[in-house]
Design a protein around this ligand. Structure first.
Ligand SMILES: [Zn+2]
Length: 453
């Protein structure tokens, strides 16, 4: 067996790990490169293995940095099955359609304003490609082995990172390759902790927070303080949150606060994001994947006013009473939250509360940095609202939680590869694993191959 790292090597995006046996090719994750231009350019280069030669794709979870290249792979000739959990399929359906829509809209914008060197500018893929990719999905149940070919089996374990997220195990002629995907927290309120996997000859492990420990924080109390303070001065709390994952977690915390009677009883909560709304439907359908029972999930979402049409969204801003608006995108880079920011950011009674990681250069990062004004749709708005970030909301295991998961292996893997981390994080995890567990491990470079035998 041979593995080549065609993404998420020295960076956190573009997860694509190509596994080759004597007769077959399997791709573990099929992610989009995101962030700086040098990385995004890789999405346009031909994939190193001809897509038609790949026998199957296996997905760890639905995030675009693990699935967002799939429609392109299909467009360029990949004709095999895509294996995942049911929840990953359902969430990927939402995320890939949205990604394709954005690709098409961007190309259309560039063409309309003649802003591209390419005539015409083309989308990386279209809605049709995304729909075609969705037809390739084949569902796997956790822990049930499935034969990919006569010598290779795949098995999924729970990773706890987002709904449907998995650790992937490939077994070929008695040798096991385990790929962590993205690992979740040990004590996430909605997701179960990652499953212990006992045996691996070779291990590929993520390192997003390989050099960080999450600070213990009381998210609920922090949130209650912020909301009560804002409501007391007659203001509105606008919460930019990622449509899949963060929005649902935020609604969970609000529900808990309401049950504990720690919020004003008449304070309405609005979820204003068509994508988050579709994600709520998926979360409601897959109760077996969460720590809540059906009745709790029903309760949780019953407290929320769902806003679907643009008219309803606009109407929200004509109501001057205190309220909470949860809306996407999470870093305020686009989406409906921009309209709410325009409306609320100039009034010191209001609060803008960011609920997740803010990548450098995004509007969210700029605002959290204390910008006095913010540019939205070409216009500058003064920032007078309170601007805050909520800590303690990560969906990724920190270094200690990664080590806890690694201690679950009965024996040290022969080789351990560290991926999905910025160079400093990946290297810090490598040292931690060597020093505390004594395992041999390495940080692969982009395009580096290893033969495993
Ligand atoms: Zn992820």
């Amino acid at each position: 067996m041979q593995i080549t790292f065609w993404g998420a090597a020295g960076t956190v995006t573009g997860s694509r790990h190509l596994v080759e046996t004597d007769k077959h090719r399997y791709l573990l994750d099929c992610g989009l490169f995101q962030g700086v231009k040098n990385l995004r350019r890789r999405n346009w280069a031909p994939f190193q293995a001809p897509p038609a030669s790949i026998n199957a794709v296996i997905l760890s979870h639905a995030h675009l940095d693990h699935t967002g290249y799939l429609p392109r792979l299909v467009r360029n000739g990949f004709a095999g099955p895509v294996y995942s959990s049911a929840a990953t399929r359902d969430l990927a359906d939402i995320l890939l359609a949205d990604s394709a829509h954005l690709q098409e809209a961007d190309a259309e914008y560039l063409n309309r304003h003649k802003l591209s060197r390419h005539q015409p500018a083309l989308p990386l893929y279209t809605m049709r490609d995304a729909a075609e990719a969705m037809r390739r999905f084949r569902l796997l149940h956790n822990h049930e082995p499935h034969a990919l070919d006569e010598h290779t089996r795949v098995r999924l374990h729970r990773a706890g990172h987002i709904l449907g997220a998995n650790v992937v195990e490939l077994e070929h002629r008695g040798k096991r390759l385990v790929y962590s995907g993205d690992l979740g927290r040990l004590d996430d309120p909605l997701m179960y902790a990652p499953d212990t996997v006992a045996d691996a000859h070779w291990l590929v492990v993520e390192s997003t927070y390989g050099n960080r420990e999450h600070v213990e924080s009381d998210v609920q109390s922090e949130l209650a303080d912020i909301i009560n303070r804002t409501a007391a001065r007659g203001g509105t709390v606008v919460i930019p949150a990622f449509a899949v994952g963060r929005s649902q977690l935020m609604l969970y915390y609000l529900w808990q606060l309401r049950l504990q009677q720690r919020l004003p009883s008449n304070l309405p909560v609005f979820l204003d994001s068509p994508m988050a709304l579709r994600a709520v439907e998926v979360y409601s359908r897959h109760s077996d994947e969460q720590r809540l029972i059906d009745r709790e999930i029903r309760d949780l979402y019953q407290q929320v006013h769902f806003v679907s049409s643009v008219e309803e969204s606009k109407a929200l801003n004509t109501v001057a009473m205190p309220k909470i608006i949860v809306s996407a995108s999470g870093m305020a880079t686009g989406g409906r939250v921009l309209h709410h920011l325009k409306h609320y950011v100039g009034d010191p009674r209001n609060t803008v509360l960011f609920a997740g990681f803010q990548a450098p250069g995004t509007r969210g990062a700029v605002m959290l940095d204390g910008a006095r004004q913010v540019k939205i749709h070409g216009e500058y708005f003064p920032v007078r609202a309170e601007v805050l970030g909520l800590s303690g909301l990560s969906a990724h295991a920190d270094v200690n939680e990664i080590l806890t998961w690694l201690r679950g292996f009965r024996q040290p893997p022969e080789r351990t590869f560290i991926v999905h981390g910025e160079p400093a994080a990946a290297d810090a995890l490598r040292l931690q694993i060597q020093d505390t567990l004594g395992w041999r491990c390495e940080v692969p470079e982009h395009g580096q191959s290893f033969t495993l035998d």
